[in-house]
Design a protein around this ligand. Structure first.
Ligand code: NAI
Ligand code: MG
Length: 363
């Protein structure tokens, strides 16, 4: 059998880092079914060339032919452009990829760029909140303008993301237990924990529903008795994450808060170029680095490919290929520890290609 993967590099450094992930997947040999890669179009450049940021063909092929997919990054303009809408937001909706799972962990680089004790997973709701993009602008009688956005929170979406978070916490607890038993150094000694991130002191209706729905997941069963549940208001979440990231295990958040705290967490561990994610639904999964198209460094072959490569590992492990996934992560860690091949975001001088090749060599 083969593994059919839709590959959507999209814009900017997506076109540089996605091929790196592809090379790593190709290098795994018979430990996974032979991957076939189907290049697919989407993005701002595609919009400018052909008028559609997300061609119907791309969605059709993903749905009908692919087992899973990898996405690079898209450039979205900061102003409204008629007919344009972010293809990644649309893809998450079309494929009902309701969870964005973002593990953020410090890396063993020698130059102290990475905080020494951070190992958390941010579980971001991926389909609603302010990202439903219902915005309108009106003009008041005095000619001044008022812009309004609708924020949608549903109990359905909040419950399923809550369940995902508790399941991840449960699994991480088991994995840490196994690691300890096999003599590995595990610094987390507490029970698994889910932190609910919200702002229901101010937004008591919307964030209130999110909070209640996630709480009900734990309260409705004894399955999660071994998982602690805590809450943090989103602003103090940022503060505590920077002060003492080691206290967090799994954090679950509505879409916008999840987006923001993920970039913050990426800074903690050294670079956005390190942090992977998967967009996961019940039927499909798509790997995607957390970063954007990075126009400030595109086209120079200096983007860090590790976020993209780790996204491929995350994708594999979510498809059940756990051993090949951990081989990829071990190769990445080895290259980081060695410190000889680091891209400029990590204080090094190596190119995207150099780092990719160093990882391939380790594999
Ligand atoms: P960004 O994530 O592209 O870049 C932020 C900073 O991190 C930049 O200084 C960039 O050089 C650095 N960076 C990001 N990835 C890196 C990597 N792999 N290696 C080394 N350095 C890296 O965010 P920014 O600049 O705010 O947005 C640029 C464009 O990306 C915008 O058009 C935005 O809409 C889009 N974007 C797309 C996302 C996606 O495709 N999922 C997510 C976030 C932003
Ligand atoms: Mg983001």
């Amino acid at each position: 059998t083969a593994l059919k993967l839709g590959m959507i590099p999209a814009d900017g450094i997506g076109k540089e880092v996605l091929p790196a992930a592809q090379r790593v997947l190709e290098a795994l040999g018979s430990s996974i079914p032979k991957p076939t890669f189907i290049p697919l179009k989407a993005g701002w450049e595609e919009f400018q060339a052909n008028g559609k940021a997300l061609p119907d063909e791309t969605v059709k092929i993903l749905k009908e032919e692919c087992d899973a997919a990898m996405f690079g990054s898209v450039s979205s303009p900061s102003h409204k452009v008629a007919g344009y809408s972010s293809p990644i937001v649309a893809l998450r909706k079309h494929l009902d990829l309701y969870a964005n799972v973002r593990p953020v962990s410090s890396v063993p680089i020698p130059n102290q760029k990475s905080y020494h004790q951070c190992d958390m997973v941010i579980v971001r709701e991926n389909t609603e909140c302010l990202y439903i993009k219902k915005e309108e602008i009106k003009t008041n009688d005095d000619g001044s303008k008022i812009a309004l956005a609708t924020r949608q929170i549903t109990s359905r979406a909040s419950s399923r993301i809550g369940k995902m978070a508790f399941e991840i916490a449960l699994r991480r607890g088991q994995e840490r237990q196994q690691a300890k038993e096999s003599g590995k150094d595990v610094w987390w000694n507490g029970e698994p924990k889910v932190t609910i991130v919200h702002k229901s002191n101010v937004l008591s209706v919307t964030d209130g529903l999110f909070r209640e729905s996630v709480r009900a997941i734990k309260e409705g069963t004894d399955r999660y008795d071994g998982v602690k549940m805590e809450e943090q208001l989103v602003d103090s979440m940022v503060y505590r994450m920077f002060r003492e990231p080691e206290i967090f295990d799994v954090a679950v958040a509505p879409n916008l808060y999840g987006d923001i705290i993920s970039d913050g967490a990426a800074a903690l561990v050294g670079s956005l170029g390190l942090v992977p994610s998967i967009n996961a639904g019940d039927d499909f999964v798509m790997g995607e680095p957390v970063h954007g198209s990075a126009p400030d460094i595109e086209g120079q072959n200096i983007a860090n490919p590790i976020a993209s490569i780790r996204s491929a590992a995350l994708l594999l492990s979510s498809l059940g290929y756990v051993e090949p996934a951990s081989r990829i992560n071990a190769a990445v860690d080895a290259v980081l520890t060695e410190g000889q091949y680091l891209t400029p975001d990590l204080g090094g001088k190596s190119s995207t290609t150099d780092v990719t090749e160093a990882i391939l060599k380790r594999l």
